[in-house]
Design a protein around this ligand. Structure first.
Ligand SMILES: [Zn+2]
Length: 391
């Protein structure tokens, strides 16, 4: 890979012909059309997130004459370049000089580029950026792109995969799942955590359809000219969730569950949505259920595994009281303080366990209506407690 350091390119030149695509959240072109700012393998523009703190900082740096750091161009042809690193900074500058956002002046008043005094406008436009032009094979460039430590926000795993497997499939998939203008996002957000910009919907869709083998799937479909399977599978999972749990308002605990795995495991079972919703409501109201997000899989699994719900356990005071009572009675009778050991026939028949050798057990299981109260508590040795299971 060959590199040439350029110090002659001004902000004015970079921003000549700058186009920002509002819909895709991308800076597209600069340098009079010779520069592609966001090639396919690049991430979306994120400097406008969080109230635009980062993009404003870029402009303040220019005005104060602070260095913006190195920018890397990939030379893809005679007089044709792609931004390899620096697209967030360049997009910030391009957006500012095209009046897409304002900065605050010394008095805290918002100032768009056009409303800045001429000398400040010139200062920005005449700033020279430090640019490395790199020339190499696609493989060299992409390998290098993976290894450079991008200042500010590091690429996350899905952004890296988009870079590695760039091609028609990623282009189409991003247009669907990484576009924050997609009207379906409000629906996706109920079940999936994250944002379109950081590729969370794309990652989830790929995770579901590939059963967890995202890179394998991307590699296999890299040159596909459609994303039909990806889209269909994704929508099938969402439709299934909505048919089993027909909420009018989806509770927040449903967000971020492993819906792909749950769909694969349970979608061939039949559920009565009316009964399901009654069960959901009862469990939401049950003060013993500590992990509300476990309710959905608990119900899908036929209410067989209460450990999903992290049912409230006995508090320390209750356990100590019950331990003291059981131990006193056992010592008087000369039997073990574990009631199950006491009725056994082995060497532990008369063993008195220490407090930390025992654990609390629900006499009547929570799933059968038993509460975590002193009356429903018995202390068992750890072996017997485990054998009885966490019911
Ligand atoms: Zn025992």
């Amino acid at each position: 890979m060959e590199t040439t350091l350029r110090t002659d390119i001004t902000v004015a030149a970079i921003c000549d012909g700058f186009v920002y695509n509002e819909l895709e959240g991308k800076g597209l072109y600069g340098l009079s059309g010779k520069l592609v700012i966001q090639p396919e393998y690049q991430r979306n523009y994120i400097y406008a997130d969080q109230g635009g703190k980062r993009e404003k900082a870029v402009i303040h740096s220019l005005l104060k004459g602070y260095p913006l750091g190195l920018i890397y161009f990939n030379k893809v042809g005679e007089d044709r370049f792609e931004v390899l690193d620096g697209q967030q900074r360049i997009t910030s500058i391009g957006r500012f000089v095209t009046n897409k956002f304002a900065i605050s002046d010394e008095r805290g008043n918002p100032q768009y580029f056009d409303s800045l005094p001429k000398d400040k406008q010139e200062k920005i436009l005449q700033t020279r950026l430090l640019i490395y032009e790199c020339e190499g094979t696609e493989t060299e460039i992409k390998e290098w792109f993976q290894t450079i430590n991008i200042a500010g926000v590091p690429l996350n795993e899905q952004e890296l995969l988009n870079a590695i497997y760039s091609g028609p499939f990623v282009t189409l998939a991003r247009a669907e799942f990484s576009n924050s203008g997609n009207a379906n996002i409000h629906k996706w957000r109920a079940y999936i955590r994250g944002s379109a910009n950081r590729q969370d919907y794309l990652r989830t869709a790929l995770d579901w359809v590939s059963k967890g083998d995202i890179s394998g799937y991307m590699s296999q479909h890299r040159y596909d000219d459609n994303i039909d399977e990806l889209k269909t599978y994704f929508n099938t999972v969402l439709d299934w969730i909505e048919s089993v749990f027909p909420f009018e308002e989806v509770p927040s605990e449903m967000q971020g569950l492993e819906w792909g795995r749950l769909y694969e495991t349970y979608h061939s079972n039949a559920y009565d949505p009316k009964k399901v919703m009654e069960d959901v409501q009862a469990l939401y109201e049950d003060p013993y259920v500590r992990k509300k997000s476990g309710i959905f899989e608990f119900i899908l699994g036929g209410k067989a595994d209460p450990s999903l719900l992290e049912v409230r356990v006995f508090d320390e005071a209750v356990k100590k009281t019950v331990y003291a009572r059981q131990t006193k009675e056992a010592e008087e009778k000369g039997i073990s303080n574990c009631p199950l050991c006491a009725i056994g026939h082995d060497a532990n028949k008369c063993r008195i366990y220490k407090y930390n050798e025992m654990d609390a057990d629900h006499v009547t299981a929570w799933s059968k209506g038993g509460k975590s109260t002193e009356e429903n508590c018995q202390m068992l040795c750890i072996t017997h407690n485990r054998a009885k299971g966490n019911k």
